[in-house]
Design a protein around this ligand. Structure first.
Ligand SMILES: [Zn+2]
Length: 557
C-alpha cells in the first residue's frame, strides 16, 4: 500500500501535471507474427498462484524464509521451461536492502514562542514517516518551522517558492499541490515530484520536510477514523530502503494529518487558510510559523540482501537485443490478522497472479518450436511494495544494457476479469508500442480501450524502466470499461481494492478465475513475439519526456 499511497500522493500531484503529449501517428512497422501454436492454460497460471500464495510462502516478504522459497521456486520453473540464468550464470541479482523500523514512541515536540505553548505529534496517530532514513538515531533540536508553499524551485519555469532563503537546521512545511502555472509546462513535471522537493529542501540545509497530506477523503472519508485507516495502511508491512541511496542523510520526511497540522499551527497562533491563501502568488515568500520542532528517537535497522530473479530465452539471430517482461514476487508477509484470524497477506492477486502469468510466458517462449530472433528477458523483482526498490536497483544496475532492451510489458494483478474484456494500455499514445498492442488485440478480436486508469501509469516496476527511457508498458484487461464474457466489469477492481488489496483476504481459492488472465498472457506473448521477430525499436513520440533518456541509453549500450 505504501507505494499505492505514495503513488496516491504522487497521483494527486500527477493529477495536477497530467502529461499531454502532442498526438502523432505511430509508425506501423509491425511484423504480423502468427501465434506459433502456443496456448496459455488458465489452470497452469492457477497452479503457480496456488503455490506462491500458500501459507508455506508466508506472504513472500523480502528477507524472510518466504523469500527463499519463492526465489528457488522461480529458478526451478524457469529451468523447467527451458530458460537460462541471466546474470552471468546466476538466476539471481543481489539487491542490498536495509529494513528500518522507527521506535513506536517517535514524537515530534512542538514549542511556541517563549516556550509558552507546546504540543507533541505522535507517530501514526498524527503523522507517518515517508522514506524513513536508514539511521540508528533521528535527532534535531529547536528547528524553526517555515511554510514554503509547494517547495518548488523552478526559476526556468517562472516559479520559485524559496526566493533564495537558507534553510540550514530548519524544517519546512509543504503543500502537496502543484502550482497551476507549472501544470501546463510538461518540462517542469520532474521538479514537482515529492523526491525533487525533498532534494531541494535538503540542498538548502533543512533537517526535516513535513507534507500536508492532501485530503484522502475519496479513499477513506475525512474523519480521524479516515486518518487512522490511512496511517495503518501506509505503515503496514516492513519498510525497506536500498542501501545504494544518496550518501548524505536525507531530511526527515513526514506526512501530517490535517488535524495534527492545525494543532501545530495553533501553537504558533496561525490558521491553515492563512497559509494557503497566498501560496500561488508570484510574490510568495516562505512564512515563519512561530514554532520550533525537536525530536530524538531510535530506528531499528536490519541490513540484508534480497534478490531479483532474472532469466532469459536467448534469441536465434540478434540475441544481444531483448524484449523484457517484469513482475514483482514480493508481498507484505505476515500482516494484521483479519476477523477470521488470518494473519498472512498471501498476495494471491498481488502479485502471485502476475508472476504466474510471467512463468507461463517463459514456458511459451522456452518451449516454442520457433525461437525468436531477439532474446526474451524475464525479471521478477523484490521489494516492489516498497517504492519499487527491486525494479529501481535493476534499472540502475541492469544485467544487460538498457539501450539493448527494445521494449516490453509489466504484469501486476492480472486475474480479476474474464475473457473478452477490452485491452487497457497504460502509457497509451506515448510510443510506437501502441501499434504492437493494437495489432495483438485485434488478432484476439479485442478492442483497445479508450485511455483509462492512466493514474496507474507511474505505479509499478515498469515505470522504473520508463523513467530511464525504456518503453515497458502495461497491457491489461483489469481496468477495461466493457463487460467481459463472464459478465464482469470495472467494478471488479473496486471490489478487489476495497475488500482484498493488501489484506489477509487476498488468498488463493479454486473459485478464482484465470481465463481472462490467460487471454492477457496470450496477448503479451503475441506482442513479445512480434517485437522479438522485428528489427524495429519502438520510439517515444515527440514531446514525451522519456525520449531524451532513451536516446542517451541507446547511444551508450
Ligand atoms: Zn503489486
Amino acid at each position: 500500500m505504501k507505494e499505492f499511497l505514495a503513488g496516491t500522493l504522487g497521483v494527486l500531484l500527477l493529477a495536477c501535471t497530467a502529461l499531454r503529449p502532442t498526438p502523432a501517428v505511430a509508425p506501423r512497422s509491425v511484423v504480423a507474427a502468427p501465434s506459433a501454436g502456443v496456448t496459455i492454460e488458465p489452470a497452469a497460471i492457477a497452479r503457480h498462484v496456488e503455490v506462491l500464495a500458500s501459507d508455506a510462502y508466508e506472504g513472500r516478504a523480502p528477507g524472510t524464509p518466504g523469500e527463499e522459497k519463492t526465489v528457488q521456486y522461480l529458478a526451478q520453473q524457469f529451468a523447467r521451461f527451458g530458460a537460462r540464468p541471466a546474470n552471468r550464470g546466476s538466476w539471481f541479482q543481489e539487491v542490498p536492502l536495509v529494513e528500518v523500523l522507527p521506535a513506536p514512541q517517535a514524537v515530534l515536540h512542538v514549542t511556541g514562542k517563549g516556550n509558552k505553548k507546546r504540543d507533541d505529534l505522535v507517530l501514526q496517530a498524527d503523522y507517518v514517516l515517508l522514506n524513513p532514513p536508514a539511521e540508528e538515531r533521528i535527532r534535531f533540536d529547536d528547528s524553526e518551522l517555515l511554510f514554503a508553499g509547494c517547495g518548488i524551485h523552478a526559476p526556468a519555469f517562472g516559479h520559485d517558492d524559496y526566493k533564495g532563503i537558507d534553510l540550514t537546521g530548519k524544517t519546512v512545511l509543504l503543500a502537496s499541490e502543484v502550482p497551476s502555472r507549472l501544470r501546463e509546462q510538461p518540462g517542469a513535471e520532474p521538479l514537482t515530484r515529492v523526491e525533487a522537493r525533498v532534494d531541494e529542501a535538503k540542498r538548502r540545509g533543512a533537517v526535516a520536510v513535513l507534507f500536508l497530506l492532501p485530503p484522502v477523503s475519496f479513499m477513506f472519508g475525512s474523519s480521524d477514523e479516515s486518518w487512522a485507516k490511512f496511517a495503518e495502511q501506509f505503515t503496514e508491512g516492513p519498510q525497506f530502503r536500498l542501501t545504494t541511496g544518496p550518501a548524505r542523510p536525507m531530511p526527515l520526511q513526514a506526512l501530517l494529518s490535517v488535524k495534527a497540522l492545525e494543532r501545530v499551527l495553533a501553537v504558533g497562533g496561525k490558521k491553515l487558510d492563512d497559509l494557503v491563501a497566498g501560496m500561488e502568488g508570484p510574490g510568495f515568500k516562505p512564512i515563519p510559523l512561530g514554532v520550533r520542532l525537536s525530536t530524538d528517537f531510535e530506528m531499528r535497522i536490519r541490513r540484508f540482501s534480497s534478490r531479483n530473479v532474472v532469466a532469459v530465452v536467448p534469441g536465434s539471430q540478434r540475441s544481444d537485443e531483448y524484449v523484457l517482461f517484469v513482475a514483482h514476487w514480493d508481498h507484505l508477509g505476515r500482516c494484521k490478522a483479519d476477523q477470521t484470524g488470518d494473519a498472512i497477506c498471501n498476495g494471491a492477486m498481488d502479485n502471485a497472479s502476475g508472476v504466474g502469468g510471467l512463468l507461463e510466458l517463459a514456458r511459451a517462449f522456452g518451449q516454442s518450436k520457433e525461437r525468436t530472433a531477439r532474446s526474451i528477458l524475464f525479471l521478477v523483482t523484490t521489494a516492489e511494495e516498497n517504492a519499487l526498490l527491486g525494479g529501481k536497483h535493476f534499472a540502475a544496475n541492469p544485467v544487460v544494457p538498457l539501450g539493448k532492451i527494445v521494449g516490453g510489458l509489466g504484469l501486476d494483478v492480472i486475474a480479476l476479469r474474464g475473457r473478452g474484456a477490452d485491452v487497457v494500455l497504460l502509457g497509451r499514445g506515448l510510443s510506437g508500442m501502441d501499434a504492437y498492442v493494437e495489432d495483438a488485440a485485434k488478432k484476439q478480436g479485442r478492442a483497445l480501450s479508450p485511455p483509462t486508469a492512466q493514474d496507474y501509469f507511474e505505479r509499478g516496476d515498469h515505470f522504473t524502466f520508463i523513467e530511464r527511457g525504456v518503453p515497458i508498458l502495461v497491457a491489461t484487461n483489469v481496468h477495461a470499461l466493457n463487460t467481459d464474457a463472464a459478465g464482469l466489469g470495472p467494478g471488479m477492481v473496486e471490489e478487489f481494492l476495497s475488500q482484498r488489496y493488501h489484506r489477509a483476504s487476498d488468498n488463493y481459492s479454486s473459485a478464482l478465475r484465470f481465463d481472462g488472465a490467460a487471454e492477457d498472457i496470450e496477448l503479451a506473448y503475441r506482442i513479445g513475439r512480434a517485437l522479438a521477430q522485428s528489427t524495429d525499436w519502438p520510439e517515444w513520440l515527440h514531446g514525451v519526456p522519456y525520449k531524451a533518456a532513451r536516446e542517451t541509453s541507446r547511444q551508450s549500450p
